[in-house]
Design a protein. Structure first.
Length: 274
């Protein structure tokens, strides 16, 4: 039987939580069949670190961008800095005979749970980074927490202004309703599900996992956060992705290999990975 291969499309293995054993964490992911990983990022420094790390590993990719919880760090130079990272890493990758590992702009969006910065600032930075993604022809990774309607309005604005790709990206760790997911899918987005789908009380995430068109689903760990059962409460890592896939398979009465296979295809399609 062919080995089951997974794509963790949202992980933060560049995080300091992995400072002491990062190599083993990458190895365990590989051993678990999680052969593709996309490192999601939160600010300019984090973007640079993740991009350098991605260059060191086969089938490891990353985003660059400023997280809504850090929106206050955005200034007029931020887009230039991010573009410079994109160019510099692209050149380095070329010398190594690889494709540029930077595959998305993210995490971008709105976080009204923490509300670290004024909502108008968050909205402005969100839109600026959608423009940047358009300029670089990259999809976006959306972080939206307790801000569904405002985020949707901005995405609809982007859609109506031709700023979104045909495969515009993913609404990461989606926590909204089935109807909310359907509206994003109509704009072209995929939906990312994470560890919470394995939690008993995650009614909405389980409903989405059960009913969504499988071609519109991505699986993510968001490591080191959101650890799935049976490791809930411990540090998360990419090797735990199959626990999420297993629950999705059970909810759909599907084979786990088919979930792995289709979500890998989806991840490659959304992030333009050969
Ligand atoms: Ni994340």
């Amino acid at each position: 039987m062919a080995k089951t291969i997974w794509f963790d499309t949202h992980s933060h293995l560049q995080d300091k939580a992995f400072a002491s054993d990062r190599d083993q964490v990458f190895q365990r992911a590989k051993d678990a069949g999680v052969e593709y990983i996309l490192l999601a990022t939160s600010n300019i420094e984090d973007s640079r670190v993740a991009a350098e790390l991605a260059l060191e590993h086969q089938n490891v990719y990353c985003s660059i961008g400023i997280h809504p919880q850090e929106a206050g760090r955005w200034d007029q130079k931020s887009a230039q800095f991010l573009k410079k990272i994109y160019r510099d890493i692209g050149k380095k990758a070329k010398r190594l005979g690889r494709d540029n590992p930077i595959k998305a702009i993210g995490e971008i969006g709105l976080d009204y749970h923490w509300d670290n910065d004024p909502r108008e600032v968050q909205k402005f930075v969100y839109k600026e980074q959608i423009r940047l993604a358009n300029e670089l022809n990259l999809p976006v990774i959306i972080h939206e927490r307790e801000a569904y309607q405002d985020s949707y309005d901005i995405l609809e604005w982007a859609y109506n202004n031709g700023l979104l790709k045909d495969e515009p990206g993913v609404s990461h760790c989606f926590s909204g309703s089935w109807q909310g997911a359907q509206r994003l899918i109509k704009l072209g987005f995929t939906i990312g599900l994470d560890g919470p789908v394995t939690f008993k009380n995650a009614r909405k995430a389980k409903e989405i996992a059960a009913k969504i068109n499988l071609e519109k689903l991505l699986l993510e760990t968001d490591a080191p956060y959101l650890t799935p059962e049976p490791y809930r409460g411990k540090r998360n890592e990419s090797s735990y992705l199959p626990y999420i896939g297993k629950v999705v398979a059970e909810l759909r009465n599907a084979k786990i290999e088919d979930i792995a296979k289709q979500t890998l295809i989806n991840g490659k399609r959304v992030f333009s990975i050969k």
